[in-house]
Ligand binder design. Sequence first.
Ligand code: SDX
Length: 433
Amino acid sequence: MAKPTNTVTFTDNSTGKTVELPVIPGTIGPDVVDIRTLYSETGLFTFDPGFGMTASCKSDLTYIDGEVGQLLHGGYSISELAEKSDFLEVAYLLLHGELPNSQEKQEFDYAITHHTMVHEQLHTFFRGFRRDAHPMAILCGVTGALSAFYHDSTDINDPQQRMIASRRLIAKMPTLAAMAYKYSLGQPFNYPRNNLTYAENFLQMCFAVPAQDYEINPVLADAMNKILILHADHEQNASTSTVRLAGSSGANPFACIAAGIAALWGPAHGGANEAVLTMLNEIGDRSRIPEFIKRARDKNDPFRLFGFGHRVYKNFDPRAKVMRDSCHEVLNNLGIKNEPLLDLAMELEDIALKDEYFIEKKLYPNVDFYSGIILKAMGFPTSMFTVLFAVARTVGWISQWKEMIEDPLQRIGRPRQLYIGPAERSYTPVDER
Ligand code: SDX
């Protein structure tokens, strides 16, 4: 980590005590105040509910500038990667910090491809779920269970085992996700095919049926590749922070990724893409948009406009722009001329961006606003939208987990609190209360 280049002075006016805290610079973006000595020197904690202004770690994987709507992975912009790269190449970049050369890419693709099958005994796990179980519930359960099958890759202190576990999770997540989908349909599971790309394989495992040959649609495969890249990693968001916190206790990587899946499921986070479609269906007609905008502005109404707003982006989410363009390509290719939900979404975006509340609060469409419309056009049910997000984000989660394990500064995560409960008091017997 870079050396401190500046300090800030902190004075506790109640005691007159002054402490000098080092300021550590990053490559780009805000510098940080190192507060690790604050408590020992002042007896004070800092207070930051939701850690909105707290750097929990140092990282070189991803950088977001929310003010200008910039997203970089290893220094490469998300729009360039979505346009020119493929998902496994981005996975390599996140795991190793550099884009692979042709030999490295070939080896990595081969390794991932040849880990895509899951143990046949895992098939029986699915039978234990009700057939109408939400696929996120299935994915969360089965991913945690993977640790029971791979005892040779749960020693987090062995770099070799960390890499094997990382590759297994990246390789098997699409297989498990497709199995969850097939189970919900009552259709047989499809095995992965080694002659397909990652995106093509996921589509065929989801949509192929034994009754006929499955033909890859290159436009859908390209859209799937883009969607996976756009969702790969995003700094220390809620689910990534969950994976890091679980990993900091020494839990095995499969359990940590299962924890990340659970956190992603929430409608304020990865569950928003499913919630956007539900919301658009509830709005139903453009004439009802003002009513929903009004509800979103009303502090007494818990309704939020799903797909809008972001803890970090106070400008367009660059992923939403790529997603919107891809949306038109997919709908045109599928010959879906007037998808009412897309028309409604475009109208809603147009009205919301002109609304003074949304302007004042800097609420723009985020990655989830358009993704659901593409996924629906591809044939996925809304219950699979967050599953797809989890497939893509497994690459980010496992890369962040690996970075944390390899960070000499890392310790078990243990936030403190501001205690506002009663001071110590004596127990009173029940008949005296
Ligand atoms: C993802 O962190 C990540 O990086 C996440 C993610 C990733 O890749 O990992 O980008 C993926 O989770 C995208 C976000 C998906 N969620 C949604 O679309 C749900 C709707 N959005 C909101 O719930 C909200 O915007 C959050 C949860 C995303 C952010 O919550 P914050 O940090 O509380 O929102 P904010 O600070 O940006 O809000 C500023 C103000 C607040 O009002 P005040 O308290 O200042 O009065 O705007 C309001 C919020 O109440 N607000 C909204 C709103 N989003 C924020 N009001 C109405 N509709 C909304 N969508």
